[in-house]
Design a protein around this ligand. Structure first.
Ligand SMILES: Cc1cc2nc3c(=O)[nH]c(=O)nc-3n(C[C@H](O)[C@H](O)[C@H](O)COP(=O)(O)O)c2cc1C
Length: 289
């Protein structure tokens, strides 16, 4: 079972050993121009998760390609580059400049104001610009994320990353004003798990492409649930801020959880949530069969 990090939740140059415990490292989203991101406060704790309004702070495409990517390559593990932008051609230009990586298109950042073109238009432009594997990272905010999933598959996506954060707000206990300078932010962590499960479950039925499941994974049991819903890989996000040992721990727990349920490998549990009572798989597509 492939274990990755959620984009923006790990810096492999600062914590290479954590990244090495994963099967591939996913970079923070890169935009064409450098971005400082939003003003602080940009992170807040809430009862059941974390709010962030980082605002895609990143060094920009040129510096990433010239300075960051060569250092990442020296570390020797498989790389996924998260690509962002504010128009389809911006995404496509970054894709065209990349080589020997998997690309994850961030089609879902809740912390930037500019509204990009539709997810399918962006995927289509990127598909024309590169032959590299293209994963579309979608927001769980749409009522029917499966519609978007179908559209990006038709536009040429090779896989889906589900889900990004969902918009949330926290208020300061004393002043009752927003804790984050920007107001709202992206909500991640434990509260996101049922939302992520619903998105993975719906998209596994709607498409035939592989899914990286993420959202609130803290334990091997959480990972197994995303796999049962149809994910073929799992990413760790918020948990990495509090537990750098999570990759190894989650892997070990996943083995215990799946073998307790009689599965020889995590792969065998993939899509099991779609089985009917009679033990036959319900009408789901090839990616969970
Ligand atoms: C501080 C922080 C920064 C993030 N930055 C990005 C980003 O740059 N690009 C992106 O696609 N997702 C970003 N995410 C979203 C995560 O990759 C992941 O989709 C989300 O947090 C849900 O997983 P989790 O509940 O396990 O954290 C960020 C999340 C956090 C908490």
């Amino acid at each position: 079972m492939l274990l990755l990090n959620g984009s923006g939740c790990l810096d492999a140059l600062i914590a290479p050993d954590v990244a090495r415990a994963l099967d591939a490292f996913v970079t923070k989203t890169i935009t064409p121009l450098p971005r400082d991101g939003n003003a602080p406060v940009r992170i807040a704790e809430t009862e059941h998760g974390m709010l962030n309004a980082i605002g895609l702070a990143n060094p920009g495409r040129e510096k990433f390609l010239d300075e960051v990517l060569p250092h990442l390559r020296e570390l020797g593990f498989p790389l996924w580059v998260s690509v962002g932008g504010f128009a389809a051609d911006e995404y496509a230009e970054t894709c065209a400049a990349l080589d020997d990586v998997t690309i994850e298109l961030n089609l879902s950042c809740p912390n930037v104001d500019e509204a990009p073109e539709s997810a399918a238009e962006i995927v289509g432009a990127c598909r024309a610009a590169t032959d590299l594997p293209l994963y579309a990272k979608l927001s769980p905010a749409a009522w029917d994320v499966a519609d978007t999933a179908r559209a990006v598959e038709a536009a040429g996506a090779d896989g889906l990353s589900l889900v990004n954060t969902i918009r949330g707000l926290s208020l300061d206990e004393r002043t009752l004003r927003p804790t984050l300078e920007r107001g709202s932010g992206g909500y991640s962590g434990p509260a996101l798990k049922p939302i992520a499960l619903a998105a993975v479950y719906a998209c596994a039925r709607a498409t035939t492409i592989p899914i990286v499941g993420m959202g609130g994974v803290r334990t091997g049991r959480d990972a197994l649930e995303l796999i049962a819903a149809g994910a073929s890989a799992v990413a760790l996000g918020t948990v990495l801020f509090s537990d750098p040992d999570a990759p190894l721990r989650v892997r070990t727990e996943l083995d215990v959880e799946r073998s307790a349920r009689g599965f020889d490998s995590a792969h065998d549990a993939r899509g099991i949530a779609h089985w009917t009572d009679a033990g036959q798989r319900a009408d789901v597509h090839a990616n969970v069969l």
